[in-house]
Design a protein around this ligand. Structure first.
Ligand code: IPM
Ligand code: MN
Length: 357
C-alpha cells in the first residue's frame, strides 16, 4: 500500500453554534479520510468571544504563524453577543482573511434536489452559480475615520479601497474559475458603474482587459441592485459572478436564501498561493447555541470545498453526495430546529452515507 497523503488542518470552532457544526464537519472529514486513505492531522485553536472575554486576546501573536504552517483552516463561526460588534469580526475573521491574504471569497449558490427554495417555479436546474467575492479590499479595508466625533458636526468617512493589483487578481481568478467550472463559461461582473464611477470604472476596465485573454468565456455586466433582482427573477442567467467585497457580502446572503438557507451555504476564503480557510457562512447563531438543533450541513459542505481545494476531488464528491442524500432523503427542512433530526444525528447520517459507499 502506498504512503497516505497527510494534511495538517487547523480547526477553529469559534463562537456560538460554531463548535457544534464543526464537530459534525470533522466527523465527515474523518470518515472520508479513512475511506480515501488520507491522513488528517488536526490542531484545534481556541479563538473567539469566550477566549476574548476570558483573556482579552483576539488573535494572540504566534497563532497566525502557526496557522500559516497548515494546509487549510476549518472555521466554525465568529461573533459573540457579549462582545461589542466589530471586535471579533475585524480582529479575528477579517484579520485572518487579510493577514493570510485570502483574496478570494468563493461562495457557491447551488440548490440541491428536494430542497425548498422561496423562489416560485425555480428548481435545481435554475439555481446553480458561484459568486467570486473580492476578500481583502473595498469597504472592508478599514480606510476612513471620524472628525468631531460625538458632536453635531460629526463627519464619518468610510472609503472603498480598490487597487489595480487587488482587482486584477480577483478578476483573473474568476475567469480561470469560470473556464474550469463547466461548459457554460459565462462570467458576470456585478458592480455599480452608474454611481461608483471611480471604483467600478477600475473594475470594468480590468474586467474587459482580462476578458480579452479569455475569448471562450462569455462576459456580462449587471449593477448590484439589478443583480439582486435577477437572482430572484432569473437566477438561471448566472454561472459565475465576480464582485467587490461589500456587494459580494450582500448578494451571497441573498444567494444563501435562494439555495435553501444558511443551513446549507458554505464558502471558502482562498489564497491560491497560501493557506485557505473554509466556513459555513451563516454566523454563530447565539440563540441556538448548545441546543443540538442547528444544521451542520453548511459546515460539512465547507469540508467538501476544502477537499476540492486540497486536490482531493474524489473525497470531495463523497462528501457532496452524502450531503445531497441527507437533504433529499432524511431531513424535513434545512432550518434549525425543524430538521426532524438533531445536529449530531444529521452529522451521523452524513458520516454513515460516506462510510457505506
Ligand atoms: C461574512 C460575514 C462577515 C463579512 C462578517 C461577520 C464580518 O458576514 O463572512 O459574509 O461581512 O464578511
Ligand atoms: Mn456576510
Amino acid at each position: 500500500m502506498g504512503q497516505n497523503k497527510c494534511y495538517r488542518i487547523a480547526v477553529i470552532p469559534g463562537d456560538g453554534t460554531g463548535p457544534e457544526v464543526v464537530a459534525e464537519a470533522v466527523k465527515a472529514l474523518d470518515v472520508v479520510a479513512a475511506k480515501k486513505q488520507l491522513k488528517i492531522e488536526k490542531v484545534y485553536y481556541d479563538l473567539g468571544g469566550e477566549r476574548y472575554l476570558r483573556t482579552g486576546e483576539v488573535l494572540p501573536p504566534g497563532v497566525l504563524d502557526e496557522l500559516r504552517g497548515h494546509h487549510a483552516i476549518l472555521l466554525g463561526a465568529i461573533g459573540h453577543p457579549g462582545v461589542k460588534p466589530g471586535i471579533l469580526e475585524k480582529g479575528l475573521l477579517l484579520e485572518l482573511r487579510f493577514q493570510l491574504d485570502q483574496y478570494i471569497n468563493l461562495r457557491p449558490v447551488i440548490l440541491y434536489p428536494n430542497v425548498d427554495t422561496p423562489l416560485k417555479d425555480k428548481g435545481p436546474e435554475d439555481i446553480n452559480f458561484v459568486v467570486v467575492r473580492e476578500n481583502t479590499e473595498g469597504l472592508y479595508a478599514g480606510s476612513g475615520g471620524f472628525l468631531r466625533r460625538g458632536t453635531p458636526h460629526e463627519v464619518a468617512v468610510q472609503e472603498s479601497v480598490n487597487t489595480r493589483m487587488g482587482v486584477e487578481r480577483c478578476v483573473r481568478y474568476a475567469f480561470e474559475y469560470c473556464r474550469r467550472r463547466n461548459q457554460r463559461k459565462k462570467l458576470t461582473l456585478c458592480g455599480k458603474t452608474n454611481v461608483l464611477t471611480f471604483a467600478f470604472d477600475l473594475w470594468e476596465r480590468v474586467f474587459y482587459e482580462v476578458a480579452a485573454e479569455y475569448p471562450d468565456v462569455q462576459t456580462d455586466y449587471a449593477h448590484v441592485d439589478a443583480t439582486c433582482m435577477w437572482m430572484v427573477k432569473n437566477p438561471e442567467w448566472f454561472d459565475v459572478i465576480v464582485t467587490d467585497n461589500m456587494f459580494g457580502d450582500i448578494i451571497t446572503d441573498l444567494g444563501a436564501m435562494i439555495q435553501g438557507g444558511m443551513g446549507i451555504a458554505a464558502g471558502g476564503n482562498i489564497n491560491p498561493e497560501g493557506v485557505s480557510m473554509f466556513e459555513p457562512i451563516g454566523g454563530s447563531a447565539p440563540k441556538y447555541t448548545g441546543r443540538n438543533v442547528i444544521n451542520p450541513l453548511a459546515a460539512v459542505a465547507a469540508v467538501q470545498m476544502m477537499l476540492d481545494h486540497l486536490g482531493e476531488p474524489s473525497a470531495a464528491r463523497l462528501v457532496e453526495d452524502a450531503v445531497k442524500k441527507v437533504v433529499a432523503e432524511d431531513i424535513e427542512s434545512l432550518s434549525a430546529g425543524r430538521m426532524g433530526h438533531s445536529t449530531s444525528e444529521v452529522g451521523d447520517l452524513v458520516a454513515d452515507y460516506i462510510d457505506r459507499v
